[in-house]
Design a protein around this ligand. Structure first.
Ligand code: OAD
Length: 319
């Protein structure tokens, strides 16, 4: 989308206001990474559609089928690594370098903000990261961040020619294709046309070949993401609350999120209660959160990768 798609009067009033802002917060959702080609959660998905989120993204699922869950997360890691940060990730990273009182809360686990060199102290991962691994043993506290090894272990390798298959609209996980499926396709055992909502059989991998803890040597490692039924990381929440309560907030940028998942979505009202004006960047005009837009807010409709750098240009220059 060309920058001219942003209504000039809105762009002017936002840019003017931004110049005077000191304390700024950004809330990011999957839409910012859609500009990098990664699928969103509530939009189109793909082959993993035949699995419920509860089959893949809960502690119970991991206990019951660690091989299935690891294959899903290996696929997500692989896809995220193939994607590149876009101009919106770089623009926010640049704003963070220029304004140390700007923090970003991301719901994304895809690692694109860190890979855009977003200053880590100003970036809070509310839902964890695909690139953190931690030990599942009750007695072990091992965890490792920013591990971009792909595959983590040979058994979890994803072939480069994994096909991008047609998305469905009823996806619960927001993710596509699996290693075993791509192999089956390649080998001609199944054809793309055969793929429906039928559950795709995955190979059973023995626990021995899954990633294990290098510290205790016994526990299985798990992805460092927040699963359904788990709490958000308390240290992160405390840091954000501390920042939020330290002084009034000038602005919250709400970028590419459906604003339906709490507690993340609740930060918009928290910021508003601290005096913030709200600027939403989203493809969908309806995705403005439960309290809607209020006088003085902005809504910028379109692709985050184009709009965000344009909005911030007056302060950060070109990225
Ligand atoms: P959603 O899939 O719910 O929403 C993505 C939003 O991005 C939608 O509002 C789209 O309209 C918008 N969008 C899509 N493409 C865009 C683009 N190119 N530019 C701008 N906006 C675009 O994703 P999230 O809001 O991130 O939680 O979902 C929140 C949480 O729900 C996720 O973190 C995940 C999921 O359950 C956990 O895994 C814990």
């Amino acid at each position: 989308m060309a920058s001219s798609a942003i209504p000039a009067a809105d762009l002017r009033s936002f840019a003017e206001y931004l110049k005077g802002c000191k304390r700024i917060i950004a809330l990011l959702g999957a839409g910012i990474s859609a500009s990098s080609g990664l699928p969103t959660f509530r939009g189109a998905g793909g082959l993993w559609r035949s699995y419920e989120a509860t089959d893949l993204a809960t502690p119970e699922a991991f206990d019951a089928n660690p091989d299935l869950v690891w294959q899903f997360y290996s696929y997500r890691r692989h896809m995220a690594l193939k994607a590149q940060p876009n101009r919106a990730h770089y623009a926010l990273a640049e704003l963070a370098r220029r304004n140390t009182d700007f923090i970003t809360l991301t719901q994304n686990v895809d690692g694109l903000s860190p890979r855009a060199n977003h200053p880590s102290k100003q970036l809070h991962h509310l839902h964890g990261s695909l690139f953190t691994v931690k030990c599942t043993s009750f007695y072990c506290t091992y965890s490792r961040e920013n591990d971009f090894t792909d595959p983590l272990v040979p058994a979890l390798a994803i072939p480069d020619n994994t096909p991008e298959l047609n998305p469905s609209t009823d996806d619960k996980t927001g993710e596509v294709a699996s290693r075993s499926l791509s192999q089956a396709l390649k080998g001609g055992e199944i054809k793309e046309a055969d793929i429906s909502d039928e559950r795709v059989p995955l190979p059973a991998l023995s626990t021995d070949v899954l990633p294990h803890c290098p510290k205790c040597k016994e526990g299985l490692l798990r992805p460092g993401v927040v699963w359904f039924g788990e709490s958000l990381p308390s240290k992160t929440l405390n840091q954000v609350d501390k920042w939020m309560n330290a002084a009034f907030v000038d602005l919250i940028l709400v970028i590419g999120t459906s604003s339906k998942v709490y507690p993340a979505a609740g930060y918009v009202d928290k910021a508003r209660a601290r005096g913030a004006r709200v600027a939403v960047v989203n493809m969908d005009r309806n995705d403005v959160g439960s309290s809607g837009l209020q006088p003085g807010d902005w809504f910028f409709q379109g692709d985050a990768g184009t709009i965000v750098p344009e909005l911030l240009k007056g302060v950060i220059g070109e990225v």
